[in-house]
Design a protein around this ligand. Structure first.
Ligand code: ADP
Ligand code: LRH
Length: 491
């Protein structure tokens, strides 16, 4: 039976998922899972790109050892980060992690040269200090030798795909997250690149999800003893793949891709590049099949993950289910944080940052892991309500509920509290949204599925969706008012 392979790399872990499609039912099998551990070297934070490539190879080897015939593969990953190739086609340096501090304060410096309104009008992309545009500007300001030697700019999945195939191609969904792609022009914004002093030749042809972009190169097939297979571009931005996999029946749906980040929004046919969208810092990331993802980044479970790491450093190890249970025993709706405050962006002592936030806003800080986790999860749920209402306003749509996909849906308390906060049902599943969206685009490309809507129906029929009905809505309504006051969030 033909199997295809999806590599999905998240900020905390990566996996290789095998997919089989029989009688319009998808079966998946996790072939390989691995940690994605960034490496701090002195003041710099990097991705361990060669280790990630090594893990991709392990996926192919495991398939071979299990006697599985893989007929195609594709890679998706987190957005915005990139590497450069030099004249000989070799990778220059180690890609920076988007949480590296070299972009601190850079956004404001760039706005002195190019107004924010101009950048937004050209790209429709939200301002996040780590977008590729700011990373590139930081390198430019530092007169980085990397930029001087660079011949090609490839984003993380482009780069890994290049290692596998030898083809240098930029993929569309991820390209839009650079904040250098102009959807009205349908390509890189040459004028913007010029203003930044970046050579247009760094940026290559842009492939659409579903396009064949080479096959495994001979040196790799020889090394691993596998046959060469086609490699597809998919929605290589993991959030783009996650949205492909939303098992929506209604064409007007809201999603929350819930992992390290929480990405909330809706799918639109045209980017919403309005003054209001800029003011609210919404984004219009490129999606599969001519769609755009009108959405907003919410800091997400990163804050919880960093707390867990901090406690582990102090000798207290808790699993995710343990932390969720402990939070359920803490007092409800006692203290709130604004998850997107700058305090929470960088790695570090996250319980300490939460304490700082509470002191700054005149609240009693939560004490101990249970109360801290409760504060994080409840604050996320309330922020979801805030962003969902803004998504309705900007898109002009009304949503009957919220689709949640991604590994974070294993946190059932977060799903329930999200339903309580928004006062609407949450439909949770599938957990491996990005990998499944990656598989779906490969099947559409090979003609086994007709289009994205057939894919969504097949996904709906193949994976369970857990329904969370809203409860305690009055209590959450009252809490929402306090949350808005404490966080100074105003629509
Ligand atoms: P990413 O792709 O960004 O690395 P995932 O979509 O894989 O993230 O989601 C991983 C997150 O889901 C973890 O960081 C954790 O917060 C949450 N999670 C994973 N497993 C569980 C679990 N068993 N219970 C509760 N939460 C979990
Ligand atoms: C989620 C994600 C998100 C980006 C961030 C850098 O994994 O791709 O969509 O904003 O990582």
């Amino acid at each position: 039976m033909a199997s295809i392979l999806a590599y999905d790399l998240g900020a905390s872990s990566g996996r290789a998922l095998l997919g089989r499609l029989t009688d319009n039912r998808i079966e998946t099998e996790e072939l390989h899972r691995f940690g994605n551990d960034p490496v701090q070297v002195a003041d710099r934070l990097h991705w361990d790109i060669l280790r990630l490539y090594h893990e991709l190879k392990q996926g192919l080897l495991k398939a071979k050892h299990q006697g599985v015939e893989v007929s195609s593969l594709a890679i998706d990953s987190w957005a915005v980060d990139f590497g450069f190739l030099g004249a000989s086609g070799e990778l220059l340096g180690n890609p920076y992690h988007y949480r590296d501090r070299h972009t601190d304060g850079i956004m404001e410096k760039l706005f002195a040269d190019i107004p924010a309104a101009d950048i937004f009008a050209r790209t429709g992309i939200q301002f996040l200090s780590f977008n590729s545009i700011f990373q590139l500007y930081a390198l430019k300001q530092a007169n980085s030798p990397l930029l001087r030697e660079a011949k090609r700019f490839l984003m993380i999945p482009d780069l890994l795909r290049y290692f596998m195939t030898g083809e240098q191609v930029n993929e569309f969904t991820n390209a839009t997250t650079t904040q250098l792609y102009n959807p009205k022009l349908g390509g890189w914004d040459g004028e913007l690149l010029g203003k930044l002093g970046l050579s247009e030749s760094l940026f290559g042809p842009v492939a659409q999800p579903g396009q064949a972009v080479g096959s495994l190169r001979p040196s790799l097939t020889e090394e691993l003893g596998v046959r060469s297979i086609p490699v597809y571009a998919v929605a290589e931005h993991d959030t783009g793949s996650a949205v492909v996999a939303v098992p929506a029946l209604d064409r007007s749906f809201a999603y929350l891709s819930c992992g390290t980040w929480s990405l909330m929004g809706t799918e639109v046919e045209q980017p919403v590049i309005s003054e209001r969208a800029r003011e609210l810092n919404f984004t219009n990331e490129g999606g599969a099949y001519g769609t755009f993802r009108l959405l907003k980044n919410i800091m997400g479970l990163w804050i919880l993950n960093e707390c867990r790491r901090e406690w582990e450093r102090a000798g207290q190890s808790y699993s995710f289910p343990e932390l969720v249970q402990m939070s359920n025993r803490a007092d409800p709706l006692a203290a709130f944080i604004e998850p997107d405050d700058d305090l929470f962006l960088h790695p570090g002592d996250m319980p300490g940052q939460i304490r700082k936030y509470c002191e700054r806003t005149g609240q009693r800080a939560p004490e101990g892991p249970g109360a801290i986790v409760r504060c994080i999860l409840e604050s996320l749920a309330l922020k979801y309500r805030y962003v969902l209402e803004l998504t309705e306003e900007l898109s002009g749509k009304r949503f009957g509920g919220l689709h949640m996909v991604g590994g974070g849906i294993q946190n059932k308390l977060l799903c329930q509290w999200s339903a309580n906060a928004i006062g609407k049902p949450v439909w949770a599943g599938p957990a491996e949204g990005s990998a499944i969206g990656n598989l779906a685009v490969q099947w559409i490309a090979s003609g086994e599925l007709a289009d994205i809507w057939e894919a969504r129906k097949v996904i709906r029929d193949s994976f369970p969706v857990d329904v969370y009905e809203p409860a305690d809505t009055e209590m959450w309504q009252e809490a929402y008012g306090r949350f808005l006051t404490v966080t100074s969030l105003r629509a």
